[in-house]
Design a protein around this ligand. Structure first.
Ligand SMILES: [Fe+2]
Ligand SMILES: [Fe+2]
Length: 473
């Protein structure tokens, strides 16, 4: 007899659900195999100071202790059910939320869940090699925390597939373990999740920009009329906040260290800055440009009839849907989107229902800009003139109305030849990656940090910065 509350902490009554037990008993060994094959490399023996969710109560979701990662207890948690929750938007507005999947929305909902679920293992695969070059034990621990929680997010989506979608759900759950990030024959579903994460700057940028897309997608699915999906996403969002913290503070500490060196030596020339073994701000800007533009593509086409359908049928709401004060149907509303006409970018008004991807992306941009403003306080405080900026939303896009167009960071429309000639000014080149990789080297003495990054302001869970966050014995 397996004690499910121990091996798979959960609040879905797994102990009494025989069908779900059978499905998970098959899937769990495959998951562990996948973790061993594609999760953090050479880490099975490490003891890592991790938080494990064992319940959704305040004191239950942040339990800290040393864990060997293959023994991490990946649990299944849904935010508590609100019996009074009604559908808050679309054609079904005001009706009770659904506790089972309505037949007519079955395949669409399954597709939404699979697409979200696929991003979770993908990012673990992308980050597989990073612990070999961790700039400190603190950072290594944070990487592993993100990795195990992305693993748990996969469990969350697989729970929905197993519990609510029968045999097709089980097949999809297996396929989630079969695809591989960057594999040309069986890639992950979304492009940004097939990019390599070559070094820690890319990891921090990914956690800031791309995990935040995750937040916005989860937040709009948390509005769903399908209540189990809503409740699952609500709990995932509590974990996602830490991932974005890892990203934002990682980039901030990189900027901090660079600015300190610039200040100390009175230098600003990128080559001189690099000579001191830190990452020049111009290169950091290029990474902002890259990760931001690649992440904007995850929102899909600005104008989309699928997005309109998801909304009218109640499957996916807007960011903070219930806090908005309009009619939550949007039938006669309009929303501005942008596109290239000739050599100009023009604004046009489209039906709001079709522009929900653009709207979600715009909400995301507001939050990203606030993060950049926080980063910019670092050079400001050290009286350095450099400021990071977000490129135009049309810059370097492959999906949506700017796909196939060439737009500079400042929003100028350019020819393809000009783009090819100038793009290395704006996007990281192989040489930039190689320079950053040359700085990467593992630092494992407690309290020590690689030269290119400043220590954090405080440790994890009130532990000191010099705490032994990872043990190697
Ligand atoms: Fe996630
Ligand atoms: Fe995440």
């Amino acid at each position: 007899m397996i004690d499910y509350s121990q091996t798979i902490p959960n609040n879905v009554d797994l102990g009494n659900d025989k069908t779900l037990q059978r499905a998970l008993e098959r899937w769990q060994p495959e998951f562990l195999q996948w973790w061993g094959d594609t999760g953090p490399q050479d880490t099975a023996a490490l003891q890592v100071y991790l938080r494990t969710a064992i319940s959704v109560e305040k004191d239950g979701w942040a339990n800290f202790g040393y864990v060997r990662m293959p023994d991490y207890r990946w649990g299944i948690f849904l935010a508590p059910r609100d019996e009074d929750r009604a559908v808050s938007f679309g054609d079904h507005k005001g009706e009770p939320t659904w506790q089972e999947v309505p037949g007519e929305y079955r395949s669409t909902l399954r597709r939404i869940i699979v697409t979200q679920g696929d991003t979770e293992p993908a990012s673990v695969e992308q980050q597989r090699l990073l612990s070999a070059t961790a700039p400190s034990l603190y950072d290594m621990r944070n990487l592993f925390q993100v990795n195990v929680e992305e693993g748990r997010h996969l469990w969350a989506m697989v729970y929905l597939l197993h519990r609510y979608f029968g045999r097709d759900g089980r097949e999809e759950a297996e396929a989630l373990l079969a695809r591989r990030s960057g594999d040309p024959n069986n890639p992950r579903i979304l492009t940004a999740f097939n990019e390599q994460t070559r070094h820690w700057l890319a990891f921090f940028m990914f956690a800031f920009f791309t995990d935040r897309d995750g937040k916005f997608q989860l937040a709009s699915l948390a509005e769903s009329a399908f209540d189990p999906l809503s409740r699952t996403c609500r709990f995932m969002l509590t974990e996602e906040a830490h991932h974005m913290f890892v990203g934002e503070s990682g980039v901030a500490r990189t900027i901090q260290r660079t600015c300190e060196v610039m200040r100390e030596h009175g230098i600003s020339d990128p080559a001189q800055v690099r000579a001191h073994g830190v990452i020049d701000l111009e290169t950091i800007q290029k990474f902002v440009n890259f990760h931001y533009s690649v992440t904007l593509d995850l929102y899909g086409s600005e104008v989309s009839s699928n997005a309109a359908n998801y909304y009218t049928t109640g499957l996916k709401g807007r960011f903070e849907e219930t806090k908005r004060t309009d009619d939550h149907k949007l039938i006669s509303d309009a929303y501005p989107v942008h596109e290239v006409q000739g050599t100009q970018i023009v604004e046009k008004s489209v039906p709001a229902l079709t522009a929900l991807n653009a709207r979600l992306r715009d909400d995301y941009i507001v939050e990203v800009q606030a993060g950049l403003d926080r980063w910019n306080r670092i050079p400001a405080k050290l009286e350095l003139p450099f400021r990071l900026t977000l490129p135009h939303a049309g810059f370097n896009r492959r999906i949506g109305s700017f796909a196939g167009r060439h737009v500079s960071p400042s929003g100028g429309v350019m020819s393809e030849s000009e783009w090819i000639r100038r793009k290395a000014e704006w996007l990281p080149s192989d040489a930039d990656h190689a320079f950053i990789e040359s700085l990467m080297g593992r630092v494992i003495a407690p309290g020590q940090f690689a030269n290119w990054i400043a220590p954090p302001v405080r440790g994890i869970n009130n532990q000191p910065i010099e705490f032994e966050y990872v043990r190697f014995d």
